[in-house]
Design a protein around this ligand. Structure first.
Ligand code: GLU
Length: 454
């Protein structure tokens, strides 16, 4: 998906890049994620030859372990179905592998590796003791009954459980995996191992060891990060027109938190199209439709009445806004979308999803002076709150919503500060992509150096 001319890489980085392309043929999303990080690291390898000597980059691009497995299950009609399961345990220098599980038909090794690679840097940036990993399956939960989802989750965990552990590898949710799926997987893990090991999965329901704010955390974090980024240039979200894409937990809670900051959130979307609600999204109704009824944004528009209109099949980036929060999926903001956003007066883009902006779009946005927060910084609030869930599970404690939210906000402000300071230190003030990549890289690289060649 390299749809833009890349900046020429330092020759040491170019060699790493060549090796990644040769070793992972056809995995375009993984290539894209690696390229984006390598492009930031020129000044780092120039300043730190020790990273090059210890082959830190080559090691970082090669996952520590990759597990691919068959997931057999039986659908409601009695037919046998076979899906493919993945867990890529990317890097454990800073802590147990940590990262979500995605159930979506687009899942294959290239998607899981891109997500796992991003997760390593994101988790390092959070400042918490978590390594990086990611998993998933090409299972499509859409249109599946509750019983089918449960049987699939049980079969998936029957194979995966042997690779997990609260000190080893701790999955959570991602696209297609929420509290319900985590609950079924945790239930099966508990049954197989005979251990109530709460810390083996995060994103659990509140009644089964889950943490307050985990559901909201990614979205809240995106809004808080955006506000920090605007504050740094003397502006704020208040009174500004915001568009979010997607309508899952990231989008819903980014919208809710942005509204609390005084923004007017006027649109959101799903794979069927988008809804524009000039009166501002009704978060209560959106939650009712999406979380409780598992409905579509078209249903939201119908229920909301004349103020809201649903545009079938369109891209939500057609809606002009000052702040864009892409919270749907990878590569959803393309070059033409970015050009339209710039023309419409957009001043900031913060990635709630992982890698939702194509390289060409990032280049256009930053070139036009639009503030741009990459996902590994802006959406780190989700995994950070997962780490807080692990802390609570380890101490058999549970914290209040207010306390947990305060911790999350402190972590997001810390990430913003780390990105801004690092970008300035390495000669790119205001470049959050460089700041996030460099700060994340240095934390992992130093830990890898300390641990020797393992
Ligand atoms: N899937 C989320 C992410 O992309 C959360 C991962 C986690 O909580 O472990 O960061």
């Amino acid at each position: 998906m390299s749809d833009s001319p890349r900046r020429p890489l330092d020759e040491r980085l170019a060699a790493v890049h060549c090796q990644v392309l040769a070793r992972n043929p056809g995995e375009s999303e993984f290539h894209q994620a690696v390229e984006e990080v390598l492009e930031s690291l020129g000044p780092v390898v120039a300043k730190h030859p020790e990273y090059v000597e210890a082959a830190i980059l080559e090691r970082l691009c090669e996952p520590e372990r990759q597990i691919i497995f068959r997931v057999p299950w039986v659908d409601d009609a009695g037919a046998v179905r076979i899906n493919r399961g993945f867990r890529v345990e990317f890097n454990s220098a800073l802590g147990p592998y940590k990262g979500g599980i995605r159930f979506h038909p687009s899942v294959y090794a290239g998607v899981i590796k891109f997500l796992g690679f991003e997760q390593v840097f994101k988790n390092a940036l959070s400042g918490l003791p978590i390594g990086g990993g990611k998993g998933g399956s090409d299972f499509d939960p859409r249109g599946r009954s509750d019983g089918e989802v449960m049987r699939f989750c049980q079969s998936f965990m029957t194979e995966l459980h042997r690779h997990l552990g609260e000190h080893t590898d701790v999955p959570a949710g991602d696209i297609g995996v929420g509290e319900r799926e985590i609950g079924y997987m945790f239930g099966q893990y508990k049954r197989i191992t005979n251990r109530y090991e709460s810390g083996v999965l995060t994103g659990k329901g509140i009644g089964v060891g889950g943490a307050q704010v985990r559901r909201e955390a990614t979205g809240y974090g995106v809004a808080v990060f955006t506000e920090e980024m605007l504050k740094a240039t003397g502006r704020s979200m208040s009174g500004r027109r915001v568009v979010v894409s997607g309508s899952g937990n990231v989008a819903i809670y980014a919208a809710e938190r942005a509204q609390r900051l005084g923004a007017e959130v006027v649109a959101c979307s799903d794979s069927g199209g988008y809804v524009v609600d000039d009166g501002g999204l009704d978060i209560g109704l959106l939650r009712q439709v999406k979380e409780r009824e598992r409905g579509r944004v078209a249903d939201y528009a119908t229920r909301r009445g004349p103020g809201a209109r649903h545009v079938e099949g369109g891209s939500v980036w057609e809606v002009p806004c000052e702040i864009a929060l892409p919270c749907a999926t990878q590569n959803e903001i393309t070059g033409p979308d970015a050009a339209r956003l710039i023309e419409g007066g957009c001043i900031a883009v913060a990635e709630g999803a992982n890698m939702p902006t194509t390289p060409e779009a990032v280049r256009l946005l930053t070139g036009a002076g639009v503030l741009f927060a990459p996902g590994k910084a802006a959406n780190a609030g989700g995994v950070a709150t997962s780490a807080l869930e692990m802390q609570q599970n380890a101490s058999r404690d549970s914290w209040t919503f207010e306390y947990t939210e305060a911790r999350l906000e402190e972590i997001m402000r810390g990430i913003h500060e780390r990105c801004a300071t690092t970008a300035a230190e390495y000669g790119s003030p205001g470049d959050y992509v460089a700041g996030a990549n460099i700060a994340g890289f240095i934390a992992v690289a130093d830990a890898m150096l300390a641990l020797g060649l393992v």
